[in-house]
Design a protein around this ligand. Structure first.
Ligand code: ATP
Ligand code: MG
Length: 564
């Protein structure tokens, strides 16, 4: 009973995947149909050529003229060649466009989904879905599905042509059909699990590659080169194991099919020879027999060969659809505005896993213009609190809102991030120029604004001394800059944004005390001055803050501090 239920549920899934595939191939339907029509024409032409060759042989053996027939035959051959050229060009264009279209769609989906949900996937896994799985899907829509339709039509056409010449032979040629159907059914069932394993092992392999290359320094520092090369081989072996298992399955079934096919052909050959010896048919008809038996079994074998592809497409569609099901971020269209803004959190509870809450019934109010320090021991939930305020988390209980001096209130949503300039914990620079990195904060920031932001973040002097200034190219994660320099660029990036709220998450942890003080002073010179939330482990910053709040026991505790 359970098994039946599972099968039924899975059937629904396959149907959903299939519907999803159709939905995304809609814009390409016209060109796909064009390709199918061209291929169909090619099939019709071959059939036509078969009957012409029969006439040529018959005419020749009876001593009749056959020059016109030869000319028509040559014409058809030429037409087939042209069709093949055009269809190859259309296919390439289509597959490039379509595979990019589907990748863009997946990328958009990832970008617009809730951050914490996306972060559950390894970057390497996401990359596999974006490249390999998307490629499988594109191949399926552009090659596999049209092939199936075309092979089906071809099968019918050839069958009826054969039926016209010999009913017995036509039925006989179909002997392969039940064998094909049975082995396809069996194969499809076995293959599906294997295909998912293949994609999973691919994802593991890519994740490993990506991560070990990004952390090359750690690999080398601990002298683990040999271990990592071995690990790569192991992951490769794992993938090879699944790919080979899948291939063996495919080969076994196609051998069964091929043998049956051979037997069918030999039987048709013997039958035809017998008929000729009895003078029942002509040599021409015999040639038609052989050609058509070939052509009726060809599509059957072809259809069976599409099974692994269909399975692979459906497995990839399932993996991509999993991303499609990620909840979209909530964004409001209308926003409140104001130069100064406050934050209000009411009885907020959140845990990355339900059993382990990081915050429980935590409440907090930060008034417009306040300068607040957030303290608390490592791992207590400071960064988590900020992520909640930034609406990066899903399934947060309680209310978070922003308000301006006029008393207008807006519930936190993806759009309220525009109120916030944020310096995340850790190195978050991109490869590219310093200018590009700072402009991430404000794509329209002018040269003057960039330098001003650098001045206030104490980055001015060191950037000025670089031979190419703000056009200096830095590597991944700010490679080429010192940690403290990278932090000052990240702070300048937040400064050019000029939002009413500024949040720094241990943004000055790599700076010496004097530079840190300068950054904090620069921050206070920002005009208009934002409401500030600063996470810090340093006592030296506290004297600048109007208030400090502490995270303890899953709650936010506020205490009154010194002057602002
Ligand atoms: N993505 C995540 N998934 C699951 N648990 C997480 C995740 N990120 C953080 N945590 C856990 O949540 C708790 C709070 O982490 P958080 O990063 O907010 O601490 P923090 O106060 O910022 O610490 P630090 O001062 O070291 O930066 C920790 O116990 C941490 O292990
Ligand atoms: Mg933190």
């Amino acid at each position: 009973m359970g098994k039946l239920k599972k099968l039924w549920k899975d059937r629904n899934n396959q149907y959903r995947y299939f519907k999803w595939l159709l939905f995304y191939s809609k814009p390409y339907t016209g060109r796909i149909i064009l390709m199918m029509v061209m291929n169909l024409l090619a099939t019709l032409f071959t059939l036509w050529m078969v009957t012409i060759s029969k006439q040529i042989i018959d005419n020749a053996s009876e001593g009749k003229r056959f020059v016109t027939l030869v000319v028509v035959y040559l014409g058809l051959m030429l037409a087939m060649e042209i069709i093949s050229i055009v269809s190859r060009l259309v296919a390439t264009m289509l597959s490039e466009r379509f595979s990019f279209g589907i990748r863009k769609q997946i990328y958009e989906k990832i970008i617009h989904s809730c951050w914490i949900d996306v972060k559950k996937y390894h970057t390497g896994d996401l990359m596999t879905r974006l490249t390999s799985d998307a490629g499988n899907i594109a191949d399926g829509i552009i090659n596999t599905i049209p092939s199936i339709i075309q092979l089906g039509v071809e099968l019918l056409l050839v069958f009826f042509t054969l039926f016209f010449y010999s009913k017995a032979l036509a039925v006989f040629a179909l002997v392969l059909a039940p064998v094909a159907a049975l082995s396809s059914w069996w194969l499809g069932k076995k293959l599906k699990k294997l295909q998912v394993k293949v994609q999973e092992s691919e994802a593991a392999y890519r994740s490993f590659l990506q991560e070990s290359l990004a952390n090359l320094l750690v690999v080398k520092a601990f002298a683990n080169e040999g271990y990592y090369v071995d690990k790569l081989s192991r992951l490769r072996e794992e993938r090879f194991y699944w790919v080979f298992k899948r291939t063996k399955m495919g080969v076994a079934s196609s051998s069964v099919m091929g043998l049956t096919f051979e037997l069918g052909y030999i039987a048709a050959f013997a039958y035809g020879a017998l008929q000729i010896s009895k003078n029942v048919i002509t040599y021409g008809t015999m040639s038609v027999f052989l050609a058509l038996v070939n052509r009726v079994q060809g599509p059957i074998v072809g259809l069976a060969q599409q099974i692994p592809k269909v399975v692979s497409v459906l497995a990839s569609a399932g993996r991509v659809m999993e991303l499609q099901n990620l909840p979209e971020e909530k964004t409001l269209n209308e926003h409140i505005n104001g130069e100064e803004m406050g934050i209000r959190m009411n009885n907020v509870s959140f845990g990355y896993v339900p059993e382990e809450m990081v915050l429980e019934n935590a409440s907090l109010e930060v008034k417009p213009g306040e300068f607040v320090a957030i303290i608390g021991e490592s791992g207590i939930g400071k960064t988590t609190l900020i992520r909640i305020i930034m609406s990066f988390m899903s399934s947060v209980q309680g209310g978070i809102s922003f308000y301006n001096n006029d008393g207008a209130v807006e519930e936190a949503n993806a759009g309220t991030r525009q109120f916030i300039s944020y310096v995340p914990q850790g190195n978050t620079l991109f490869s590219g120029t310093i200018r590009e990195n700072i402009q991430i904060g404000n794509l329209n920031a002018t040269e003057e604004e960039i330098w001003k932001a650098l001045e206030l973040s104490s980055g001015y002097d060191f950037v000025k001394e670089l031979p190419k200034g703000i056009d200096t190219v830095i590597g991944e994660r700010g490679h080429g800059l010192s940690e403290g320099q990278a932090q000052r660029i990240a702070i300048a990036r937040a400064f050019v944004r000029k939002s009413p709220i500024l949040i720094l998450d241990e943004a000055t942890s790599a700076l010496d005390e004097a530079t840190e003080q300068k950054v904090i002073q620069g921050l206070q010179e920002l005009t208009p001055r934002p409401t500030c939330l600063i996470i810090t482990h340093r006592k030296s910053i506290l004297k600048y803050c109007s208030r400090e709040i502490k995270i303890e026991n899953k709650s936010v505790l506020g205490t009154c501090g010194g002057e602002g």
